[in-house]
Design a protein around this ligand. Sequence first.
Ligand code: AMP
Length: 306
Amino acid sequence: MKLLVVGSVAFDAIETPFGKTDKILGGAATYISIASSILGVKSGIVSVVGGDFPQADLDMLSGRGVNIEGIEIIKEGKTFFWSGKYHNDLNSRDTLVTEVNVLENFDPKIPESMQDAEILLLGNLHPGVQLSVLEKMNNRPKLVILDTMNFWMDSALDILLQMIAKTDVISINDEEARQLSGEYSLVKAAQKIHEMGPQFVIIKKGEHGALLFHDGKIFAIPALPLEEVYDPTGAGDTFAGGFASYLAKKEDFSFETMKSALIVGSAMASFTVEKFGTQRLEEVTEGEMIARIKSFKELTTFQVHV
Ligand code: AMP
C-alpha cells in the first residue's frame, strides 16, 4: 500500500445557491481515497464510523480498491455529521452543524497492512490525533502531508505547531496561512511556515488556484474556469488526494514532480465541484481526467516574443 489516509468518513448535508441535500456521503478521507482510486493508486483509510454508516458506502470504497480495514465501526455510535451552507459566491460557507459523534474519542489504530505506507496524508482532524498516528507508525513514512484549518489554530495551536514541525508538506488556504504566520503577504507567510518545519508549503486560493513554495522557489497554478459549479465541498480534500496520489505513483517527491502533482490535484478537484457530494468524483473516468489535465495545459501555456 502506497498511501495511508487518516481523516473523517462522514455524513454531510449541504446547501448551495443551486440546491440542497439530505445526509449524503462525505468526509475528507472519502474524497481523498476516491481521488486516489481514479489514479489507480492503492490507498488505505484509518477512520471511524458509527453503526448507522451504510455498508453500501463501505462497499463502494472497497470496490474501488481502497483498503478499509482501518475504518473502525462503533456499532452503538453515530457517524460524524457536518452541515454547511455556501454563500452566493461559493467561496465562503457557514458551518450549520457539526456533530462530532464517534470522532470525539477517535483513537486511530493502524492495521499491519498499512504500516509500510510511503506517504501519510493527514486529513483535517484534531492535531493531537494526527500526531498520534505518526507516533504509531513503526517507521516514519517517506513523506508526511498535513491538511489543517483555522479551527485548530484557534483551539489547539500548541499541539498543531508540534504536528507542523513533523510535517514535510502542509496544505492550507490563504486565510489560514495568514492566521498561522501573522503575515499578510503570502510569500512572507510561506517563509514563516517553512521555519515551523515543512519544506513544502501549499497555499490554496479557492477559485483563484494554488501556490507551491519550496526552497525560495514559487510555482503558481490557476483553477480551471468551469461552466458547472454546484458544490465546493470536498474540493480541498480531493486536491490533496490527487496531489498525494500522483507523488505516490511517480515515487518521487522533488519540487518538479510536486508541480505536476499540483496540476493533477487541481484537475481532480475541478470534478468534485460539478455535482453535490462525491457524486461527480465517483463517475470520473481516467480519460476524462487526462482531458482535463490537457485543458489545464492549454490554459496556462503561452509564448511571448518581446
Ligand atoms: P473541504 O470542503 O475540503 O474543506 O472538506 C469538507 C469535508 O470535511 C466534509 O465532507 C466534512 O464531512 C468534513 N469535515 C468538516 N468539518 C470537519 C471536522 N471538524 N473534522 C473532520 N472532518 C470535517
